[in-house]
Design a binder for this molecule. Structure first.
Ligand code: FPP
Length: 241
């Protein structure tokens, strides 16, 4: 598919819960980290595929605030993978014209990883082909809690009055304040759960729960999910005209 075939009604912002790396690896008698490594390759491919599908914003759930409960070896393996991913992919993503952002509470991540995240954001800050947002140590309740704390400070210090708080003002305190809301949220690997991902932002999103494990999420699978979205009728709570 080429850019000229893009469906104008297709999703502009796709958010993905990348699930099933562990099961994919277990099915192959390999350690879970092998699945995460295979998953990282699909992240690159998904970014490459976005322009031909008309997807301008891609947001990926890489590590949740709940994922710290995994074994210490899996957590440290994932953190090492994120560091290596940024080191290896930074120049390539930049060449593709990808603007990379991170959402989530980065304070709790190790300093080396934080420095790499800052570096990649800075390197790509003027790019505009695809906007890739990686959710790292992200949880929607945590995001809303942190936003509320900052908003409470604004009110306590009298820069904002309580009656000025509306949904736009609250949204401007979220990690995603510069991003449009997702049009389509995809979760791979068969579970029909949101798992604390973009709860506020996805209020009117369409959801696709697909059986494919994340390491099998090819550009063809991506294209077929996006094509299904193009056929849906979205009314945002209104009656069709
Ligand atoms: C879910 O599979 C996947 C994760 C918790 C990690 C996602 C990470 C990657 C795809 C690696 C690279 C990402 C970036 C952005 C570099 P799971 O472990 O929950 O699978 P399971 O449910 O089968 O156990």
């Amino acid at each position: 598919m080429s850019a000229k075939d893009v469906n104008p009604n297709g999703p502009k912002h796709v958010a993905i819960i990348m699930d099933g790396n562990g099961r994919w690896a277990t099915q192959r008698n390999r350690p879970r980290l092998f699945g995460h490594q295979a998953g990282a390759k699909r992240v690159r491919q998904a970014v490459e595929t976005c322009p031909s599908l008309g997807v301008k914003y891609l947001t990926m759930f890489a590590f949740s605030t709940e994922n710290w409960k995994r074994t210490q070896s899996e957590v440290s393996g994932l953190m090492a993978l994120f560091r290596r991913y940024i080191q290896r992919e930074a120049n390539y993503l930049h060449r593709l014209g990808t603007r990379v952002r991170f959402i989530g509470d980065r304070e709790k991540l190790d300093k080396k990883l934080q420095a790499l995240m800052d570096y990649l954001e800075k390197l790509t800050e003027n790019n505009d082909v695809t906007h890739l947002t990686i959710a790292l140590n992200y949880g929607a309740r945590d995001e809303v809690t942190r936003a509320t704390q900052r908003l409470a400070v604004e009110i306590a210090e009298k820069r904002l009055r309580p009656e000025q708080v509306n949904s736009e003002v609250l949204a401007s305190f979220l990690d995603t304040y510069v991003l449009p809301d997702p049009d389509l949220v995809i979760r791979t690997s068969g579970e029909a759960r949101i798992s604390n991902f973009l709860l506020w932002q996805s209020a009117y999103a369409e959801y696709e729960f697909i059986d494919t494990h994340w390491p099998d999420f090819t550009p063809e699978v991506f294209a077929s999910v996006v094509a299904r979205f193009g056929g849906r009728d979205r009314r945002f709570g209104a009656v069709k005209a």
